[in-house]
Design a protein around this ligand. Structure first.
Ligand SMILES: Nc1nc2c(c(=O)[nH]1)N[C@H]1C(S)=C(S)[C@@H](COP(=O)(O)O)O[C@H]1N2
Ligand SMILES: [Mo]
Length: 304
């Protein structure tokens, strides 16, 4: 993986235009309550984080279906078609439903600026577009038996060059992830269809991906085709691959080290310079302390 040192003018410009556009919209009264409200609990701005340059968000990716390297998703994304697309919501629901892109596009979208922390100890700040996961799940009317939500990524080796090779050291496709129903219904839990005001690119999980800002990035599963509400805790890709390293919960926690590295601090993507990238201290729940009540009484060292 190659890294550019320093920012190019182009990178700066795209962020400037983005911020400008928001100010213009605000001036015109187009940025409505949903955008402003969404920024209240998000805290990205009060933590004085700067948005990660767009070309880093779309060029430095983990999406193993495309390859193991950070540059593989951008390199191979042109093989991928996110239109047409269908997402099934089934399992413990009263009204199983299949949504196509037109259906998804009808759901009102808002912007959320979220901090994003990968288990590999790097981080970004990303302006997502999308809607709360709860809005999507309600369309299928979950039953009272639903205790977990399982997610599955598209399986298609013709579009994902790295899916063809079978399983590697316990890592197999399709990629699957899961949340408790309380986590899934939390207002911070988001389904994204865009970033920086544009449709998601394949490398970021087009057309629809999960974003759970208080959990390590691997929970935020991309290019989702199936959402199943279940009674029992679903299996998850990284946990199956290395259970002693990656748990079901995967909440960001500076006090619980990965067996092979510390989680106390993180490298800020987009700040690379001659002497390396800036770092910041990692915060419990990635700074989203409002989710703490979901884990009252839980031993976070055991439930990593
Ligand atoms: N289907 C799928 N989803 C995935 C992954 C993956 O390999 N396949 N990687 C995860 C990991 S480890 C991270 S850090 C984030 C990266 O998201 P980004 O590339 O949009 O920043 O996606 C997550 N979702
Ligand atoms: Mo990650």
């Amino acid at each position: 993986m190659k890294f550019q040192t320093g920012l190019k003018e182009k990178d700066v410009t795209s962020e400037e235009i983005f911020k400008d556009r928001r100010n213009i919209l605000k001036g015109l009264g187009f940025v409505g309550a949903s955008l402003l409200l969404s920024q209240v609990p998000v805290k990205a701005e009060s933590l004085s984080d700067e948005l990660t340059p767009e070309n880093k968000i779309t060029g430095y990716n983990n999406f193993y279906e495309f390859g193991w390297d950070k540059s593989d998703p951008a390199r191979y994304q042109n093989r991928f078609k996110s239109d047409p697309w269908q997402v099934v919501i089934d399992g413990e629901v009263n009204a199983p439903i299949t949504l196509d892109l037109d259906d998804l596009n009808k759901i009102a979208q808002e912007e959320r600026i979220y901090r994003f922390r990968c288990v590999e100890a790097w981080s970004m700040v990303i302006p997502w577009l999308g809607f709360p996961l709860s809005a999507l799940l309600k369309l299928a009317d979950p039953t009272s038996e639903a205790r977990y939500v399982a997610f599955e990524t598209l399986y298609d080796p013709a579009q994902f060059p790295n899916q063809g090779g079978g399983s590697f050291g316990g890592f197999s496709f399709p990629y699957v992830e899961g949340l408790t129903i309380e986590e899934a219904m939390h207002p911070l839990t988001f389904m994204s269809m865009g970033l920086y005001g544009k449709k998601l690119l394949p490398q970021n999980g087009a057309p629809l991906r999960l974003v759970v800002p208080w959990k390590y990035g691997f929970k935020s599963i991309k290019s989702i085709v199936k959402i199943t509400l279940t009674k029992h805790q679903p299996r998850t890709t990284w946990n199956m691959s290395a259970p002693h390293e990656y748990g079901f919960y995967a909440n960001v926690n500076p006090n619980v080290s990965h067996p092979r590295w510390s989680q106390a601090s993180e490298r800020i993507i987009g700040t690379e310079g001659l002497f390396g990238a800036k770092r910041r201290n990692t915060e419990l729940f990635n700074g989203y302390s409002e989710v703490a009540s979901l884990y009252t009484g839980m031993d976070l060292k055991k439930n990593y």
